[in-house]
Design a protein around this ligand. Structure first.
Ligand code: ADP
Length: 227
């Protein structure tokens, strides 16, 4: 891993060319998009622009994000759990669970593919959007459709609440067992098509990916889609 303090990010301009930005903004050169994205897979983030919205893949911990909302890969009972769900509740404190309980009391368990929003409690993010991804059973139970819906419903909720920025984890690829390469394609396709067709306040969408293998899977899928 390179230890340079220069934060390198790749992007695609309106002509489909990709650039390679450094934080000092002095060095810039145009690259074919595949080159920019592949170069940045060596780093901890990849950034591109879709319809004026900044889309980034970041290797990191979603509980540390300061976007307006972070998305939780929850379970239908909304009572917390392991993985990213547990991490969000631990970092955000009891106010999140309190609101989750009220939601379940008033509208029942959250169906797969749907989303609800609560406070962010002690998190830097003001809101948590809880969505339920599908459990992987082998593609025959509308897994891809339900996974895409989890991303879309979260984006719709963020847009309806006029949020400017949102961070997603890799929904369903932990305890729910969705193969990460396939999930990355579905996730990026769902988000990119949403951003292309909707006119919304959202200006930034981040995928915050916890480990290198997940980050690589999303980077490859993005390269495949835009490269
Ligand atoms: P699911 O039940 O939807 O599969 P998990 O929480 O088990 O959800 O896993 C989803 C993904 O979230 C996995 O890639 C896991 O490594 C990742 N993850 C776990 N903790 C964090 C965190 N703090 N920030 C971002 N991603 C996380």
């Amino acid at each position: 891993m390179e230890t340079s303090s220069l934060a390198a990010v790749g992007f695609l301009d309106s002509k489909g060319m990709a650039g390679y930005h450094y934080s000092n903004r002095e060095k810039w050169s145009a690259w074919p998009s595949t080159v920019a994205i592949r170069e940045n897979m060596e780093k901890d983030s990849v950034t591109t622009t879709i319809n004026g919205v900044k889309l980034s893949l970041i290797k990191g911990d979603i509980t540390q994000q300061d976007t307006d909302a972070i998305v939780n890969a929850a379970n239908p009972g909304l009572m917390g759990g392991g993985g990213v769900d547990g991490a969000i509740h631990r970092a955000g404190g009891p106010a999140i669970l309190e609101e989750c309980k009220q939601i379940v009391a008033s509208q029942g368990r959250l169906p797969t593919g749907k989303a609800v929003m609560t406070t962010g409690g002690n998190l830097k993010a003001r809101h948590v959007i809880h969505t339920v991804g599908p459990v992987w059973h082998g593609e025959n139970r509308k897994e891809a459709e339900l996974l895409a819906s989890a991303y879309e419903e979260s984006l719709k909720l963020a847009a309806a609440n006029h949020l400017n920025s949102i961070s997603f984890p890799s929904i369903s690829t932990g305890a729910y067992g969705y193969p990460v390469d396939a999930a990355a394609e579905v996730a990026l396709e769902a988000v990119i098509s949403f951003l292309r067709k909707e006119v919304i306040a959202i200006r930034e969408v981040d995928f915050v990916l916890f480990d290198s293998a997940t980050f690589r899977a999303y980077s490859s899928a993005l390269e495949e889609m835009l490269g």
